[in-house]
Ligand binder design. Structure first.
Ligand code: P6P
Length: 340
């Protein structure tokens, strides 16, 4: 019969990454692929727990113990524990930085590998009760040649990352990843327990029609941001105004920006002098993905990926998205800096 035969050529994340590593020639030892497999496993665990937590919250169980009566760990703590344990057990990591941990984790020699992973295990978790999409954000450095794996291996510009990605937990579980050769999106097939390639070679449109800022901070915004926003809300050149979309969960706002185009911004302002988003495990990975998808990611004063971190939890202003839109914003900073 002519009904659609199931595709026998499904491309799993692991197969796709391996194929890309082989394209890089013999240097690929498979270590990065194994590390990414560990990251995939954590994403599946977290997806399950996020879904379960929604169910448990929905049935409105009393207090904060779950059906087994165990102490209900906060989801972001649980997600952090899953990631630290899985990444350590992979034997491929040397240094871990988590939004949940004040200090970096230096992996003991027995389990030590050559990669450093910086991550926010469950970004936007304050939104979970509202059913808003939340996610895991991660970036990967290879330890510097000759280094044993210390904090200095992660206090490096995002341009030195070898991979970055996020997993978004929503109606489906989407993992978006780059290992330096473009950006690909995978969707978790829960029946197979595999991430399947669904968005090959994501390219962000050169210009969009959406701006994504928390305008509740408008009274604190610096002049260049005010002037830029006015230019797209009250266009004088006969163009249509941009549409406002702000979810308040970085993974969801960035995912929409990568697919639809436009600009996402969390500026520094009079209230937050370096903005709110963290440099290592929010700004760097999202800037890496944005550039790999053909977009621009700026602090307003320079390329996000060129920033040299001095503290693993420092914050950074973020403007990222379509090339033409972010360049428009940068021009307002350049004009302002000429005036002062
Ligand atoms: P605001 C979530 O708490 C988060 O860290 C990011 O996911 C999100 O982009 C940002 O904060 C939202 O912050 O101040 O607009 O609520």
């Amino acid at each position: 019969s002519n009904e659609e035969l199931p595709s026998t050529d499904i491309i799993t994340l692991t197969r796709h990454v391996l194929a890309q590593q082989f394209q890089l020639g013999a240097i690929a030892t498979g270590d990065l692929t194994l590390l990414l497999t560990a990251i995939q496993t954590t994403s599946k665990f977290i997806a399950t727990n996020v879904r379960k937590a929604r169910l448990i919250n929905l049935v409105g169980l009393a207090g904060n113990s779950n059906v087994q009566g165990e102490e209900q760990k906060k989801l972001d703590v649980l997600s952090n524990d899953i990631m630290v344990n899985s990444l350590r057990a992979s034997g491929k990591t040397a240094v871990l930085v988590s939004e949940e941990l004040e200090e970096a984790v230096i992996i003991e020699d027995k389990f030590k590998g050559k990669y450093c992973v910086v991550f926010d295990p469950l970004d936007g978790s304050s939104n979970i009760d509202a059913g808003v999409n939340i996610g895991t954000i991660f970036g990967v450095y290879q330890i510097a040649p000759g280094s044993k794996g210390t904090i200095s291996d992660v206090l490096r510009p995002g341009s030195e990352m070898v991979a970055a990605g996020y997993t978004m937990y929503g109606s489906s579980c989407n993992l978006v990843l780059s290992t330096g050769n473009g950006v690909n999106g995978y969707t978790l097939d829960t029946a197979l327990g595999e991430f399947i390639l669904t968005h090959p070679d994501i390219k962000i449109p050169s210009r969009g029609k959406i701006y994504s800022f928390n305008e509740g901070n408008s009274m604190y915004f610096h002049k260049p941001v005010v002037n830029y926003l006015n230019s797209i809300k009250y266009p004088t050149t006969g163009k249509l105004p941009y549409s406002a979309r702000y979810i308040g969960s970085m993974v969801a706002d960035v995912h929409r920006t990568l697919l639809y185009g436009g600009i996402f911004g969390y500026p520094d302002d009079k209230k937050s002098k370096s903005g709110k988003l963290r440099l290592l495990y929010e700004a760097f990975p999202m800037a890496y993905l944005t550039e790999q998808a053909g977009g621009v990611a700026s602090t307003g004063h320079g390329r996000i990926l060129d920033v040299v971190p001095t503290n693993i939890h420092q914050r950074c202003p973020v403007f990222l998205g379509s090339r033409d839109d972010v360049n428009d914003l940068i021009r307002f900073y350049e004009e302002y800096e000429k005036e002062v």
